[in-house]
Design a protein around this ligand. Structure first.
Ligand SMILES: [Zn+2]
Length: 113
């Protein structure tokens, strides 16, 4: 039997949100009671490797995941709250000028106390 995949369900759950694996797991469990935490981890790992999900490491807490969308920065405070901020266009241009080739993925996280 083919193993069920939950890529679409995970991507739908993490749309415009920053969620921990546990939060994703409990959200999916409502519609898929049979799902196990190991399956969720495995699906998240694959989606992250495919750059469909972005991992946001958080201070003193679990990593969070969000659906990859337009480049934006994160401000993460000591309470583990994550705020999206738009990267100014000229800063983005400067960052792109630092590297040769096309930037496939850009992560900019600020950890503030
Ligand atoms: Zn974000």
């Amino acid at each position: 039997m083919k193993k069920p995949f939950y890529h679409d369900a995970i991507l739908a759950t993490c749309q415009h949100k920053h969620l921990s694996v546990d939060e994703i797991f409990f959200s999916l469990k409502k519609e898929h009671p049979q799902i196990g935490i190991a399956t969720v981890y495995r699906n998240i790992k694959t989606l992250t490797e495919q750059w469909k999900l972005i991992k946001v490491p958080v201070w003193n807490s679990w990593d969070r995941y969000e659906v990859a969308c337009e480049d934006h920065a994160h401000i993460i405070n000591a309470h583990g709250e994550i705020h999206d901020v738009t990267i100014p266009e000229d800063l983005l241009k400067q960052l792109h000028s630092l590297v040769e080739g096309k930037i496939e993925k850009l992560e900019l996280n600020f950890y503030v106390s």
